[in-house]
Design a protein around this ligand. Sequence first.
Ligand SMILES: [Zn+2]
Length: 413
Amino acid sequence: MKYLLLLAGLLGLAVSAGAVPTVSVQMRAIPATHSFVCRYTITLAADDTATTLALNLGRQLRIENLLSSGNATPRATRVYYPYFGDTLQQVVARFSGRARTVSLTYSGTPEGRLFNEQVMVFSGHSGWLPFRPYREYEEVNYVLEVQAPEGYQVESNSAAVEQRAGRWLFRGRAGAIEITALVARQFQQLASAGAPGIRVVKAGPALARTDTVLLRKAESIIAYYNRSIGQQDPITHFTILLPGTNADAFGMLENATVITYTDFDVAADREALLILAHEISHKWWGYGSVHDYNDWLNEAFATYSSLLYLRESGDEDGYQAELAKRAATVGNAPPIRGFDYRKHPRPMYRRVVYNKGTAVLAALHTRLGTEQFVRLLATVAARHVRSTDELLAVVEQQAGLKTRAWLLAEISR
Ligand SMILES: [Zn+2]
């Protein structure tokens, strides 16, 4: 019995390790010209029998070299992609044998808002990595090697596994475009004393009082999530990256979030606290497609998780006010189920996918009560639910047919 279990465990590991593509990224950062050179190699999982592989890449990047394990030479063409508009080129490789590997060498300059005098940001919103069409957030196992000139340091979602002579090596499992490198002359770091190990990594010469407050709040948020939505799949380590480029904030599957705002004070500002809690929760809420209404599985769930934390921290009035603010925008908004963002002006996306989704989750919470609702969220999180149909199946299993029918009606009206 023991042997069988052990074998099953080994097979399970082999299957999960083999089920996603393997990616190797070798990048040389050139801060003097704000540019970089990158060699990106992707190998499809053994059980992936695709005979062609398409990769999208920002059109502003110059492809220097293309290699494929297939017969035909991969070709690069311009491509229109709704999510990013008319900004991409596409490489297509065709395979005949078993090995399905494509290697791409390219160079370029990240967008202006992604670097300043202090830092270069290569991350989820930098457009620096290729990705399979409509799969920018698919998980990949990666090795990242970054080369930076003397006097520079490199930080990523986790600590380097190796560092010597201007080279940093990182390993992990991340969303395809979420492999991250921050390159700067100086970093400051704060770390929590106990478990889970939480780091705040800031580019620049000095820490501020707000950075310590940020670490304490992150500890409090993660402790709450680990006993609620993350109870089946808790956070054991987490990194908050602060590049100081003042562009945006985003959470990633790989236990990390990038917050670029320079005036981010989670003690003084409820909105900042909600952003932090929202982005941390994307560690669990990042498996729905960002190309259709299933994005509510990411954004509404992250938003409602942040409101749950607000309530947990004692701010019941804040919880009610934030909920009411969102509910007030959903009056005549179209149904969540089937919502097509291309048919509506931009602000409708937030009203439907974020706000209406949040209102539906609040109603589900009321219907089930906190204990059952949180248990449901924890199951949805642990199963990496990718579609609304999968969600409905989990709801049926945990809360019954009637609640499934009720939820289906809520997202269909
Ligand atoms: Zn979000």
